[in-house]
Design a protein around this ligand. Structure first.
Ligand code: 5GP
Ligand code: MN
Length: 328
């Protein structure tokens, strides 16, 4: 473990002798996790390596449009040995989930990520908290290495960056991000087709989930905090999948008075998943989630908390409202 970043050159040199490489990202993956994984895996393959790409949840249906999506599988076996392991977009080691329980951890363990709360659990770490997406870091890495950005790699990185920046809207989106996007378009990204796949191809049940959220939404803290809950019974009634949840919270955050939005999802077994968003730098939801053992970014963070959904809701909102009142 190390407090300083390895250079891209050091990481590439460490990977050089490896014949078999595992690439993986955090469970409940988003576009950044899966896009970065595929892009990195494709680059390693182009070097002639035997590459395995894993995610606890495998390839989600909603990201099937990613070029070479099939490369991502669910972990298999136990005690599996790889010469090197590259973890991407993963803030804490245990968010690799069942990937970890399937392997014997290799000495060459690379951790590339953009979460400020990253635990630097690799043997080689490259953590860039200012990067809006791990996909942007992977792009910088590939450029540094003089790699060819194929249309397939470009599309995966474009999706990684577009989804993690809320379509180039969040404050961590920089001029550099747009330059990277421009280079990816020059490398073969079809912006219209990919945007439609990302943002205009939702299953209808997701609209039903949004209907539920809009019916359930509660405001507190003078309208500065909006939240909604999803119980196991709601999930059964609506027939929604975990991957349908992403982005619903943005509708709550879009209200002018709202500073922070929260989504509480009953995972069963006495565990509740909390997903939170802030649109004011002074309200750090990562800090609030850290109180409950979670983490993420200042403006987008999560946690898994033990308790009933109503208990967790009450405890979390109390800490969050204290944080929100602090900016008055
Ligand atoms: P989301 O709310 O979309 O699930 O996650 C927002 C951000 O918080 C992501 O960057 C994600 O990695 C992080 N995050 C979500 N849940 C957890 C969690 O349980 N623990 C930690 N450490 N980070 C989380
Ligand atoms: Mn990310």
């Amino acid at each position: 473990m190390s407090g300083v970043n390895s250079t891209f050159e050091e990481i590439a040199r460490a990977l050089e002798p490896a014949k078999t490489v595992l690439v993986a990202s955090h469970l409940r993956p988003d576009g950044d996790a899966l896009g970065s994984t595929i892009a990195f895996a494709l680059w390693l393959k182009s070097l002639g390596k035997e590459v395995t790409a894993w995610n606890e949840d495998g390839m989600l249906e909603k990201f099937r449009y990613l070029p070479e999506a099939d490369i991502v599988k669910q972990p298999e076996g136990t005690g599996r040995k790889f010469d090197a392991f590259v973890a991407l977009d993963t803030s804490v080691k245990n968010r690799l989930g069942t990937v970890l329980s399937a392997i014997e951890e290799p000495a060459i363990f690379v951790n590339m990520d953009h979460h400020v709360s990253n635990g630097r659990f690799g043997a080689l770490n490259y953590i860039a908290a200012a990067s809006p997406a791990t996909g942007e870091i992977v792009f910088e890495f590939l450029k540094d290495r003089g790699a060819t950005i194929t249309p397939e790699i470009a599309a995966n990185l474009y999706v990684a960056i577009s989804t993690d920046t809320g379509s180039f809207q969040y404050p961590n989106t920089t001029a550099r991000t747009f330059r990277v996007a421009a280079e990816l378009i020059e490398a073969g990204v079809d912006v219209g087709a990919l945007s439609q796949a990302m943002y205009d191809s939702q299953p209808r049940r997701r609209l039903e989930l949004l209907r539920h959220a809009l019916n359930e939404v509660k405001f507190c803290c003078d309208g500065k905090v909006a939240s909604f809950t999803l119980t196991e019974a709601d999930v059964a009634r609506l027939g929604v999948l975990p991957e349908d949840n992403e982005g619903i919270i943005d509708h709550l955050r879009s209200v002018d008075s709202v500073v922070a939005a929260v989504f509480f999802e009953d995972l069963g077994g006495g565990k509740v998943r909390v997903s939170s968003r802030s649109k004011d730098r002074r309200v750090d939801v990562c800090k609030v989630c850290a109180v409950f053992g979670g983490g993420g970014h200042a403006l987008a963070a999560g946690a898994r908390i033990a308790g009933s959904i109503s208990e967790v809701e009450e405890r979390f909102l109390k800490v969050l409202c204290d944080e929100v009142r602090g900016i008055d």
